[in-house]
Design a binder for this molecule. Structure first.
Ligand code: IVH
Length: 673
């Protein structure tokens, strides 16, 4: 008996889907289209029309269903099928050699690797159940991510259902992949954003991550994303025994797999691949920031295992930072908050791996002399660690007349006090009266890790000093809204907000206060150590060098700097006055699981009031603030959230719904019903 034939529309729908799926695969994954775009579109419309007439025949994996569904209110946090660990990485050959040696020691001399380009995008998990894409998530904290299924479905090279032609489909398959935006698409997107007066993305990675975190999948669909799959996170059934076979299986299931991946037997072959990729780097249509080396044999991987955050069987060998050549326009001394005067190079703007660079710190006068850098020179710049620009060297220009060597001025450019020298450094000794230092100190005291005064950044600090509103640091706590309102850029609301924020900041923790004083050498970590040790500001202030040195991480140099600073009469005056406004609390002994994280609450929560949620968060050391900025770590969005939610999404801030918020608190040992 043959099966009864399906009704004609059903058969045609099935046929169209298969044809479209196949040609979409040839186009987006294999990059080898066999039919014209027009024919594809015609078939697509035929399918759309048929589905419209027969809505009961629509299936979620139909090519017409990539962009579906209404915009979301917030992303749900979902657990990964298996942890998404990070990668151990380094940019130097000895580190790579150590990685190889460790594995040879553990597994014997016969180990073999697969090398792959390290794509600079956003890491995601894809889950296929019975061959259908059922879930996709951001990496998140490695254990849980955000449910971005609807957005990932819009990526044309992501199969909505696995190909079955060459390989059987496992009941469950969880994969790890990188979503990227290629450079032409990135440039085009930025041009579009600029034309619409919106902020452009700094690099393709941010653009890809931003596209994945749009609440409306239609917006994601408009941003051309690509995906490359490189790892099986979990599989029900027999996993391919090697990485080579894994990549093969992934290709057969219909995924894009980087064409550059290949086996490598030893460090020499790894280095050869590294140089090849580095040379090709500028010709590729997408950004890579290194290569990844993986043990080929999956059983070997299990044997060497993983640390709590990265597997021992994989290693990222990063490229050295990007370099470019540009012209140095001028060198200007800049007075920092501790009085150190730093020469800053101003350069003709230049693109370094997606970021425009126009200034760089030249550190000190000896550095300028050693590199013999003068105004007007051609210089090579790089972004170290891919972030901070540096001038590496000057480039000879035979026959060109150069400017005179640069000299550090003898007086402070801000307050005219004669400058002092300490080793290669130059500094202004006028700690609290030098305007540049005062502005720096205000800004430091107000900064996120110090008193964390919202609305008091760089520009405001400079304004307050320049306009003569503050000429003595403690006056910060006597600011009144009326005076502020007379300043440019302040209205009644912003002025009162700032005054309130300053008043709130008077209740702070010891570590924040100690850090906020801007004592030379005392960063956040040291301040925390000091606060934990002394538990009272007066005890810290009275400590001698010996006592200080008994604390973990504090050596003779640091203890000397601390005692010298605190012993200066002008410091004592300022500190006494600050203490009359601020009474810092000793650190809590427990419940600091969320220390340093900033939350914003919006909308109504069902299980508790916003006030209770705030208390709960604060009990774990989190800070609850009222407006969303890029420094916000989480926005908790309840019922009917306001514009804060939108702002969080625009800025790419993590959004937690009530369930995710409760889960987070429970994870940190706070029992929430
Ligand atoms: S393997 C546990 N392979 O690089 C090992 N990662 O800086 C899983 N990445 O978070 C990672 N290309 O998002 C692997 N071919 C590749 C990769 C790759 C890019 C990303 C990945 C990871 C990040 C670490």
């Amino acid at each position: 008996m043959t099966e009864p034939k399906p009704a004609p529309p059903a058969a045609r729908i099935r046929e169209l889907r298969e044809t479209l799926r196949h040609h979409s695969y040839l186009y987006h994954v294999r990059d080898r289209p066999e039919i014209s775009d027009e024919l594809y579109d015609r078939l697509f419309h035929e399918l759309e029309d048929l589905e419209q007439d027969h809505p009961d025949l629509v299936t979620p994996d139909s090519p017409t269903q990539r962009v579906g569904g209404a915009p979301l209110d917030a992303f749900q946090s979902i657990p990964h099928t298996a942890p998404m660990l990070s990668l151990d990485s380094a940019a130097d050959v000895p580190a790579l050699e150590r990685f190889d040696e460790r594995l040879r020691k553990a597994l014997g001399e016969t180990v073999s690797y697969v090398v792959e380009p390290k794509l600079d995008g956003a890491s995601v998990e894809l889950v296929y159940e019975a061959g259908l894409l059922t879930r996709a998530a951001t990496r998140g904290d490695g254990r849980r991510g955000e449910d971005i299924t609807e957005n990932v479905r819009t990526i044309k090279s992501v199969p909505l259902s696995l190909r079955t032609e060459d390989r059987a489909v496992p009941p469950l398959l969880a994969l790890r992949a990188e979503v990227i935006m290629n450079l032409p698409a990135f440039d085009e997107l930025n041009a579009r954003l600029l034309a619409a007066d919106a902020a452009p993305f700094a690099n393709p990675r941010n653009a890809a991550a931003g596209a994945l975190r749009q609440l409306d999948p239609k917006t994601t669909a408009e941003r051309p994303l690509e995906i490359y799959v490189y790892d099986i996170l979990a599989i029900e059934g027999r996993p391919p025994p090697t990485q080579v076979e894994t990549l093969e299986a992934l290709r057969e299931w219909g995924f894009p797999v980087s064409q550059w991946c290949r086996p490598a037997k030893n460090v020499e072959e790894i280095l050869a691949f590294h140089s090849e990729m580095e040379e090709s780097r500028d010709d590729l249509a997408f950004e890579i920031d290194g290569i990844v080396i993986k043990l080929d044999d999956v059983a070997d991987r299990d044997e060497v295992g993983a640390t709590s955050h990265h597997p021992r069987w994989a290693f990222a060998f990063k490229f050295p930072p990007r370099k470019e050549v540009t012209r140095l326009l001028s060198i200007l001394p800049s007075v920092g908050r501790t009085g150190v005067v730093t020469p800053i190079a101003f350069m003709r703007p230049v693109e370094l791996g997606g970021v425009t660079v126009s200034r760089a710190n030249l550190h000190n006068r000896e550095e300028v002399a050693r590199k013999d850098i003068r105004e007007g020179d051609r210089v090579r710049v790089q972004r170290a660690g891919d972030v901070i620009p540096q001038v590496i060297e000057r480039i000879e220009e035979p026959g060109r007349k150069r400017a005179e060597p640069w000299v550090m001025p003898s007086k402070c450019p801000s307050c005219q006090t004669p400058l002092l020298e300490r080793g290669p450094y130059t500094f202004c000794p006028n700690l609290f009266d030098c305007q540049a230092q005062l502005a720096g100190r205000i800004q430091h005291l107000a900064s996120r890790n110090a008193l964390d005064i919202e609305g008091l950044g760089d520009e405001t600090a400079v304004l307050l000093v320049r306009e003569g509103v503050i000429d003595h640091l403690p006056q910060l706590f006597e600011l009144d809204a009326e005076r502020l309102m007379s300043l440019e850029g302040f209205a009644e609301k912003s002025a009162t907000n700032l005054v309130c924020a300053i008043a709130e900041a008077r209740e702070t923790e010891l570590a924040r206060f100690v850090y906020g004083l801007g004592i030379p050498e005392v960063g956040v970590a040291v301040a925390r150590e000091l606060a934990g040790h002394f538990r009272s500001f007066e005890d810290f202030r009275a400590a001698d060098e010996e006592t200080l040195q008994s604390i973990d991480g504090i050596g003779p140099k640091m203890s000397e700097q601390i005692t010298n600073f605190l012993a200066r009469p002008e410091v004592a005056v300022v500190v006494d006055e600050l203490r009359s406004f601020i009474n810092p609390a000793p650190p809590e002994r427990a419940g600091e699981a969320l220390a340093g994280l900033r939350f914003v609450l919006t909308g109504g929560l069902e299980s508790m009031s916003r006030g209770d949620a705030k208390k709960l968060l604060e009990s774990q050391g989190a800070k609850v603030v009222s407006s969303v900025s890029k420094n916000t770590n989480y926005v908790v969005a309840g019922e009917n959230p306001g514009s804060k939610l939108e702002r969080a999404q625009t800025l790419g801030v993590d959004v937690l719904d009530e369930a995710a918020f409760r889960a987070l608190m429970n994870d940190h040992g706070t029992d929430v019903p």
